[in-house]
Ligand binder design. Sequence first.
Ligand SMILES: [Fe+2]
Ligand SMILES: [Fe+2]
Length: 481
Amino acid sequence: MPDGMKVDYDGLIPNNVGLNDDARVRKALETWHPGYINWWKDMGPEGFQDALVFLRTAVGVDPEGWAKFGFVKMPDYKWGILLASAVEGRRIAFGAHKGEPVWQEVPGEHRAMLRRLVVIQGDTEPASVEQQRHLGTTAPSLYDLRNLFQVNVEEGRHLWAMVYLLQKYFGRDGREEADDLLRRRSGHPDAARMLGAFNEATPDWLSFFMFTTFTDRDGKMQLGALAQSGFDPLSRTCRFMLTEEAHHMFVGETGVTRVIERTCQAMRAAGIDDPTDVAAVRKLGVIDLPLVQRKINLHVSLTLDLFGSEVSTNAANMFNAGLKGRYREDKLTDDHQLVNDTYPVLRLVDGAIVTQDVPALSALNMRLRDDFVGDTRGGVRRWNQVIEKAAYAYRLALPHVAFNRRIGEFASATADPAGELMGAAAWEARRDAFLPTAEDGVYLDSLMVPVREAGRYAGWIAPPKVGIDNKPGDFEYVQIE
Ligand SMILES: [Fe+2]
Ligand SMILES: [Fe+2]
């Protein structure tokens, strides 16, 4: 086992980066630690800081041994700094520096751009914890409560991962950025988080499942692109984060699946043949499929904005500099420099949505967004299979990329979820068919009643197929005082 893979659990900060032999960085992180714990207690899961939660903790980065399960109080969680193993002889895989050895130190010419990348990624991690902090009080089961907290502590660990990079490689301004990551707050009027979707509310559990399905998947795509970075410590950090991210998307996708399962089951039992008969469905205390669709429309459109403008010199610069690659760059078979290539981009031209070939380097945001959309399709297909199995003709769909956008080509467009452009007034008139309404919120609120008896589930969601770590159905995942 190479040295870098051994995790040191003795110090305050578990790590496999040799913190014991790095007094400067250890000191910096120990100085940052109390502020982090204060932030966790102020902004982390509300009301459960003393509960014992059945959590997995990373104890190593090798595939067999990285997840150890046990009961822990969240403020005592071992937030470690863990990098995936170094790849011997790794070289920069793309851009102007292609073929050069990867950097172990920050390349001076790209320092500002690199720091910004780390800060933006870092800012999203605590933001989602803040967005989800009220959900514990309405969890539909102890199983779901535990999954929420697992996602939360791992987002906390992702913050540690980015703060380590800032403290280790960026000196004084890295330290200031690390402090600012604890200062900003999701949705705060004067000190908001950096990206729009991370300042939105997550008011109910359906939103949580949508967020972890779609917005955590943006995280997966971004981490996938950063894992290609020529700055090796960033690459190794992101590679390990990706192993945790998979669970977050699992929580989201299976959560929505269980909602749909329960709805279909209840409709069948009540003899309802038309899933769009919302009044009848809501009498059963389950979530109607048209509301599931409106939540998809909202969360997908918010998430698409995270990819930035379709045509972007910034994205081209980061790629050229060797800092941020494409998703799965190492699996692609072109020249990895893209100087003479083009890429098709959807644009709004003279009031119509058209495809234009633009220089591939400037279209990298669009490309990553396309990869994201492709990656989401499997989940939607599995959701539809549940509906199909229950013999309902209703189908869920991803909204068109022009729908409800704030950033990029379609920020000024008003398109319906199918991508049909319409006037602003016509759009407003049909808004309630596209996006969740105030009435939907009131209805969901009425369903969000906590269930805290082991093995029991709220009436609007089906139990999971298997327990966490193969635990039996009546396992007490969270022990509340
Ligand atoms: Fe994360
Ligand atoms: Fe995540």
